[in-house]
Design a protein. Sequence first.
Length: 253
Amino acid sequence: MSTALPPWPYPRWIAHRGAGKLAPENTMAAFRLGAQYGWRMFETDAKLSSDGVVFLMHDSHLERTTNGHGVAGDLPWGQLAQLDAGGWHSRQYAGEPLPTLENVARWCLANHYHLNIEIKPTPGTALETGRAVAQLAARLWQSQAVAPLLSSFQPEALQGARKAAPQLPRALLVDAFADGSGDAALAQAASLGCCALVLNHALWNAALVTRAHAAGLRCVSYTPNDEWAAQRLIDLGTDAVITDRVELFSPAA
Ligand code: G3P
Ligand code: CA
């Protein structure tokens, strides 16, 4: 017997970390640039500052994408907010700050854009980060018909989100299958009450898409960056694609 597929109120095309290659990833500049290219849904990475502010950054450490040093989650927001999160990318973006989730959420809400918030906890903080992201998202989107999609590689983060705001849609991210077949990932996504499974794009095949849909899971992939890879996923019948190539694909397709 198959489970009904949950609604998918999101676009098929999702811009990874904003326009995260053409502009410094996860900054307001990257989201704005993605919007200029016509994109209407953005993936981003959320973590907690030491004083509980949800901000957007991919890595646990500050060095690659800011002029700071050490573990990002060890600093209070007041210090994180002073960092340059754009100069590493190019001179044009020097001084671009790290954004809070709330800032980006308000911009998305004002412009009717969708958000996929990946809960990317500092090690050891999965449960509380999941809880904090979901609480904030539930408050900001409370009067909206379409909520943001919360996702994570970490089941504990999704459990925290589920506890804090069970009504928000969740997705399990998986980079590689422990069992080869994907059955364990399907079972885990279902047990976490997820509406979607977000896989490394190379893992999807026709049989797995059929099994995921039959299990009531939408099929999403990251991050196909060439036309052949993206077309393969569309032909397989997957529901959405997260890509870096905002300048290559047409998000209205
Ligand atoms: O959310 C999909 C994708 O962003 C997961 O990988 O490392 O780019 O956060 P990563
Ligand atoms: Ca991510």
